[in-house]
Design a protein around this ligand. Structure first.
Ligand code: TRP
Ligand code: SF4
Length: 328
């Protein structure tokens, strides 16, 4: 089986954007590939270095979301990055031959620095080296595919460049990992902007069904539908984009038609959405509540995952040390 690897920074409980944009896809890959999924807690530290305690807490919450969504520890290896010290060693070795210019021209780096740099000192060594650590994460498991969104493509390109440079300098070791582009659906939050924790517009897997409805009910819609008798245009309505993710094809046509002809009001439309959303998310949310009570078991799953991941990472590091003439 070919290997898939991906990581997520533990920024807090996962919302529908994270679920639809990444997690659902991770779950689907489990049957076809040997999957490694990890919490990128060291990566979180590049921006959250002032509050490392929150990273620890968030890491467990993220894994609980994973298990609730259907990541299966019998099929996939689930682990925490910082538990596998070999990532750090490989990162250090890579950092010796990665030209600064490769890092400085990285568009994700430039963007993030501009976005976050206003609030935080981000002209750090670790932040610039973020993609070098990411390359170590990926290459240490010799992953073939990395499911990521478009925003991560520059990091993956850099990973391949680092792999090539290593192979050229010290001898063949690493395959060049390919991205497995996740079709990222448009997932608007309750205010119509992109769903994001920082906009306070998100629906979480940790929400209760009641909370979900309390968020959907006042959600913004096409502003043309001021009254129930005013027709609207689904393409201009954030609620419709959630329908696209949850409502079956035939009923989607009913929704589009009903909206354009003002056959029903927005509240009814949202009720329809809510029902379909709950068909899919109800069981996930229920499982989440169960796992929440079994945090010890979650820790055991992570320890078991770390054991398996470490075995692979250690084997790669032995090869790397030998090739670089650093073997003991
Ligand atoms: N940079 C990724 C993100 O922000 C997280 C990440 C860290 C990652 N290491 C990785 C993703 C390795 C894929 C493979 O989403
Ligand atoms: Fe949006 Fe539905 Fe209202 Fe149309 S009827 S504007 S799709 S909520």
């Amino acid at each position: 089986m070919k290997r898939v690897l991906s990581g997520m920074r533990p920024t807090g409980k996962l919302h529908l954007g994270n679920y639809l944009g990444a997690l659902k896809n991770w779950v689907a890959l489990q049957n076809e590939y040997q999957c490694f999924y990890f919490v990128a807690d060291w990566h979180a530290l590049t921006t959250e270095y002032e509050d490392p305690k929150s990273i620890r807490e968030n890491s467990l919450e993220v894994v609980i979301d994973w298990l609730a969504a259907g990541l299966d520890p019998e099929k996939s290896i689930l682990f925490v990055q910082s538990w596998i010290k070999e990532h750090a060693e490989l990162h250090l070795l890579f950092s010796m031959f990665t030209p600064l210019s490769w890092l400085e021209r990285n568009p994700t780096y430039k963007e993030m620095k501009q976005e976050l740099g206003e609030y935080k000192e981000l002209a750090t060594y670790g932040f610039l080296g973020y993609p070098v650590l990411q390359a170590a994460d990926i290459l240490i498991y010799k992953a073939h595919y990395v499911p990521v969104g478009k925003d991560q493509l520059p990091h993956l390109e850099l990973t391949r460049e680092i792999a090539r440079r290593f192979n050229y300098l010290y001898g063949r070791c690493f395959p060049e990992p390919q991205p497995k582009l996740t079709e990222i659906p448009k997932v608007p939050g309750t205010d119509g902007r992109k769903m994001s924790k920082s906009y306070n517009n998100a629906i979480y897997l940790a929400d209760t069904p009641e909370e979900v409805w309390e968020k959907l009910r006042p959600m913004v819609t096409d502003t043309r539908r001021k009254r129930k008798t005013d027709p609207g245009e689904p393409q201009d309505c954030p609620v419709y984009y959630l329908h696209l993710a949850f409502t079956p094809e035939e009923e989607l046509r009913v929704v589009e038609d009903g909206c354009r002809k003002a056959a029903f009001g927005c509240i009814e439309c949202k009720k329809r959405l809510y029902n379909h959303m709950m068909e899919q998310l109800g069981p996930v949310m229920e499982r989440r509540r169960q796992w929440e009570k079994r945090k010890d078991e979650v820790m055991d799953i992570l320890k078991e995952g770390a054991k398996k991941a470490r075995e692979v990472a250690q084997a790669t590091m032995e090869e790397v040390r030998r090739l670089m003439a650093f073997a003991l």
